[in-house]
Design a protein around this ligand. Structure first.
Ligand code: GLA
Length: 376
């Protein structure tokens, strides 16, 4: 509150406060844009926003995490590279205006504890906290799911990042103590209790910023589309090649029969990851619901191997972090989480052994990579 007043002036009257979390994805990586199943869950870490209406048509954005501040006239909300992080909340304003809403002037101060560029959805979190705050303060009447979709559109259309729906959904629809079993095509979902028995999930940050992430991400999306196009072409030519319209409509068994229709070996591996990962999500939910932690752990290990070998989105840092975790007998499964190419991994491990585990992973990682990871 004090920082808000120091930054924007005035008194504490009429300042409203909002919060949205970050997320990890337990399993189901690079599946959302292929229309299949994912299993993310929201974190305690997140983004706070303090907001106050102004009497004019100006919006001012500030953050306790960054020096950069932005001030914009609300009749001209356009992407500006110089505004850096503030383009995320600006995108929300713009998309709400495009929906026909009038947004009056406001000052907003963000404060977050999600590490940036770590793959824990700090961008989705700032989008959703802005969307939630503006919806409330200006009585716009959006339902939570509409704010989720609007936030994804803002990231796609305003910021030019071609992400799927998972991050915004996980951030906007999370529930304490639960993961979200989401079908990314229909958006049908259920909250699955995260009863991990004697185990816990440790988030491990490679501390490698996800450079190059976006171009590689788009490349993978396009490879999936190309693989699918080969299968769809074969489908229209033959009655023996039958499946719906997405890679994730195929079971691993059906794919084994059809994979020869994809002539390119790399594309075949990309498709195989997607189809097998989608299946693993269903198995992971069953394991979670029956309290079978060993199976859940094994699925995490399989997921990482597939992302490393077939999808090729890991790299030295994530592979080292995951293998250092897997080496330790108190850990029953580990994998990268998020887009990959750096960012974070998760480990499923015995609850009472976190300290010793952390020491071993940090030392082993530092030896190979040259700097330390962070564990949460
Ligand atoms: C990023 C994207 C998500 C999703 C994951 C990979 O986090 O924002 O939409 O595609 O990568 O699963």
């Amino acid at each position: 509150m004090n920082v808000f007043i120091q930054t924007f002036g005035g008194t504490g009257d009429e300042i409203r406060s909002f919060f949205t979390p970050g997320r990890i994805n337990i399993i189901g990586e690079h599946i959302d844009y292929n229309g299949g199943y994912v299993l993310p869950c929201s974190l305690k870490m997140g983004t706070h926003a303090l907001i106050r209406k102004r009497g004019d048509d100006t919006a001012r954005f500030a953050s306790t995490n960054f020096d950069l501040q932005a001030e914009i006239p609300l009749d001209d909300v356009a992407f500006d590279p110089a505004h850096d992080w503030a383009n995320y909340p600006k995108g929300i304003v713009r998309l709400m205006q495009d929906d026909g809403h009038t947004i009056g002037g406001f000052d907003i101060l963000f404060s977050g504890d999600i590490p940036n560029a770590a793959g824990l959805s700090s961008s989705a979190s700032i989008e959703l906290v802005t969307a939630t705050a503006l919806n409330d303060v200006f009585s716009l009447g959006y339902e939570p799911i509409e704010l989720v979709k609007l936030s994804q559109r803002a990231e796609n259309q305003f910021c030019g990042v071609n992400c799927g729906i998972m991050d915004q959904f996980a951030v906007g629809m999370g529930k304490d103590g639960h993961a979200i079993y989401l079908h990314c095509d229909t958006l049908d979902y259920k909250h699955v209790p995260l009863n991990l028995g004697g185990y816990t999930i440790v988030v491990m940050n490679t501390n490698k910023r996800r450079q190059l992430n976006e171009s590689k991400y788009n490349e993978r999306r396009s490879e999936c589309e190309q693989a699918l196009a080969f299968l769809l072409r074969a489908k229209s030519a033959s009655t023996s090649c039958q499946f719906d319209t997405k890679l994730t409509d195929l079971t691993p068994e059906a794919f084994a029969e059809l994979s020869h229709l994809i002539p390119d070996e790399t594309l075949r591996r990309r498709a195989r990851h997607v189809i097998q990962e989608n299946e693993r999500v269903k198995q992971a939910v069953a394991a979670l619901e029956s309290g079978d932690m060993e199976t859940l752990g094994e699925l995490l290990n399989q997921s990482h191997a597939s992302l490393r070998d077939d999808y090729e989105v890991t790299g030295l840092e994530l592979d080292t972090l995951v293998s250092e975790a897997q080496k330790n007998p108190v850990c029953i499964g580990a994998r990268m989480t998020g887009a990959g190419f750096g960012g974070c991994a998760i480990a499923l491990m015995k609850k009472d052994a976190v300290d010793g585990f952390a020491e071993g992973v940090i030392a082993g990682y530092e030896k190979v990579v040259g700097y330390a990871p962070s564990l949460y």
